[in-house]
Ligand binder design. Structure first.
Ligand SMILES: [Zn+2]
Length: 277
């Protein structure tokens, strides 16, 4: 099902909508026998929203994001769940809209006042923006690019784990872009800082919005060039070369990290079978 982002939905009935109701980082879901779905309009209309936003159309269905206060109790049969715990329980399109809803609410809530002069800001009518009526500053939803790199050396892949990873799990290296950097130079710098090696032959893989809280993951495959592995203290708990035949536990299948590592391993295997025949 296609999602079409829209700022307003004239003529649409609220009863037909899908409602993404957040209390902090928790999304309101109706829980029944271990399966989860979005709450219906009668339940949503009984809540006291702090703020609301039109998101757009998912197929034919208008989508709305709503924020409720921290004191809000989940109605009977419902609960507030973090988006990560909905991985694999919501389909990917619905998860992506939920991530969008969360980011817009988070942006709105953190820009109620002008960052330049402190005046309360106003929500734009024509575009997704908040503007200051006193000094004219306009702010848009934030997106922070994160570069991710899977380093290949022969039939090995470089994977690392940070101190907060689930036990045993390894992933590709990643880090935030700094102002003034290209994605390529950010990736080379992150890899140099985190494990002390140089890479080249950067090839774009794909990207994924990651709403924790407003990242855009941009993934690359690259090739080892030089240097010995020296994990950065505090950032990297362990980093090592894994044979594609003996990969460690990997991040969740929904994550671009997992897709990147599997695609990298697959391309090495394909290259080998090509060389054999
Ligand atoms: Zn201002």
């Amino acid at each position: 099902m296609e999602f079409q982002p829209l700022h307003t939905l004239p003529g649409r009935r609220e009863e037909d909508g899908r409602w993404f109701v957040f209390r902090g980082a928790g999304l309101l879901v109706e829980a029944e026998n271990g399966s989860y779905r979005l709450p219906g309009h009668p339940v949503v209309s009984g809540l006291a929203p702090l703020r609301g936003h039109v998101l757009g159309l998912l197929g034919d269905s208008p989508c709305h994001a709503v924020e409720v206060g921290p004191e809000t109790q989940a109605p009977p049969g419902h609960e507030f769940l973090g988006l990560r715990s909905l991985f694999g329980r919501f389909d990917e399109t619905l998860l992506a809209v939920a991530g969008r809803a969360f980011q817009i609410i988070d942006w709105d809530r953190t820009h109620l006042f002008c960052g330049r002069c402190g005046t309360p800001t106003e929500l734009g009518r024509e575009e997704r923006a908040r503007s200051c009526p006193a000094c004219g500053l306009t702010v848009y939803p934030r997106i922070a690019p994160v570069v991710m790199g899977l380093v290949n050396r022969g039939r090995e892949l470089l994977l690392a784990r940070g101190p907060h990873f689930a036990p045993g799990v390894y992933s590709a290296l990643a880090g935030y872009c700094e102002p003034g950097e290209s994605l390529e130079s950010a990736l080379r710098r992150e890899i140099r800082e985190e494990v002390g090696i140089e890479v080249d032959d950067l090839r774009y893989f794909r990207s994924q919005p990651w709403p924790f809280p407003h990242s855009l993951m941009v993934a690359f495959i690259c090739r080892y060039r030089s240097g010995a592995l020296v994990p950065q203290p505090g950032e990297i708990e362990d980093a090592r070369w894994f044979s594609v035949d003996a990969l460690p536990p990997l991040p969740h299948p929904v994550s671009i990290a997992r897709q990147l590592i599997e695609a990298g391993a697959e391309s090495i295997r394909r290259r080998e079978s090509h060389e054999v025949h």
